[in-house]
Design a binder for this molecule. Sequence first.
Ligand code: G6P
Length: 612
Amino acid sequence: MCGIVAYIGQKQAFPILIKGLYRLEYRGYDSAGIALLNNNLKVYKTKGKVSDLENHIINQNINGNIGIAHTRWATHGEPNDLNAHPHLSPSGNIAMIHNGIIENYSALKEELINRGYEFRSETDTEVLIHLIEDIQINEKVPLDEALRIALTQVVGAYALVLIANDDPDKLILAKKGSPLVVGIGDGEFFAASDASPIVEYTRDVVYLEDEEIAIIPRHGDLKLSNIKNEIKTPYLQKLEMQLNEIEKSGYPHFMLKEIFEQPRSIKDSMRGRLNARQGIVNLGGIVEYEQKIVNAKRIIIVACGTSWHAGLVGEYIFEELARVPVEVEYASEFRYRNPIINENDVVIAISQSGETADTLAAIELAKSKGATIIGICNVVGSSIARVTHAGSYTHAGPEIGVASTKAFTAQVTLLALMALHIANHKGSLSKREFRRLTFELEAIPKKVEQTLNSNKLIKEISEKFKDARNFLYLGRGINFPVALEGALKLKEISYIHAEGYPAAEMKHGPIALIDEEMPVVVIATNKGTYEKVVSNIQEVKARKGVIIAIVTEGDKEVQQIADYTIEIPETDTIYVPLLATIPLQLLSYHIATLRGCNVDQPRNLAKSVTVE
Ligand code: G6P
């Protein structure tokens, strides 16, 4: 939700800021803007993407060694030029970029209006910058102090950067709820929503903590304090991210690159954790809480979006192997109920970004009731990774495509590792079964590679369905969440309406929709329910529906009745989602590109949802 980037140093700020915005565009892309300081403050902003901003700026003066830039995902106020960031203070002296939401903005705005202030935009951000300048003038305090006082009046989330015309040698930053990282270079500083705009210039970073305020001077050191006015010591960390991880490396889209990275990303999520020959599953990040998980009376999984689908797969795997009841909750629903949780419960929070606001709130709620919280996150150092008691990173590498692909398979891999580990400790799985399943998991990356060989066939199938208006996805058991995920991928990036359903439930409603216009994707691999799914396929065919079936290699029966079949290698049922999801990712990718959609930046979506 909005990407922010800032620079102060000796170089020209503009190229660094624009490049940074492109790297952060996954966070939002409905308007973009930039403010540069060079004797005076210049602000350029426009509706649209970062490329629109670049076009907008042609022939303008873009000199300056200090600047801030923003790419927006609209919350308050429609995406237009006026609502785009940076926002200016009433006098025009201060420019600010902001990621987050000021929840009490309307009360603050009313007060400011009563005092004679006028607003140019509909944003909560403009309210905050007005408030800051109001305090600065009335209380005759420096800008950083005015910011601090203003933040004590604010309810909500923010990552923000300010620059001022009359104090041109510093950046002022603050963070609560939304991420903000400072890069420390040689005589220069960077700040951004994540490390991707920074990694090219320096590996030394400081992640700001909630309620921290940073002053970054052009010459000298970063000064850190908090809104209680306490001095803080910056904790310097080294970035591990590689530059090629955040570039397309010859692929036309990040999404395709990330789909094809899965043999490696799944392997990376198992690296150092699984050794089938020695019969070892080892998850260092949860060692301290292992016994707590083994003794848990139940496990509650909280997540959103694709991560929630991974949670549903995890439910099957945990119940099957570790014989512990599992509930999977949408974090956004969980947080607004009065859930019954106690200290015997273990909550697993799954999040690619580690920043999803609803998941964070669900964690806080469960924590306050005494539950043990285990995180499964991809982004190292993210907020969720920091607030959980323990956890494991998925190590899938940066995921830039807005539609999640490799993060999903890495999450499922991690859940499988956790379930195997706990089952082994608990003794709910025989040694023989444990060994067999570890060998099978180790073989998955190779099988994913084989599955990717169907890309050409899937592209051909996609040609036939690119103009479909609806899709139905069916699966049973552990493949039901795969059906949900397949449908979500398609609607996210191609804007075709799609629904995922448990195959047997089709007769209770969706069957009414079936006609020759309705493509039905069926995952027909499960041994236990294979015959039942074959019957569901027959029911669709009897009503002239068109079947695209995902089948196990060598399958004969479904091949005969389905219109199109895509084979995946044989594996144990609990690992089928790791393979069956791949053709569905490719199907939505090809359909979306054939329809001319921007798959990496689908409309209205953002990768990191830091608002409720
Ligand atoms: C957004 C993204 C999805 C993601 C969901 C949850 O909607 O577009 O791809 O699954 O947020 O995000 P998280 O980072 O918590 O996994």
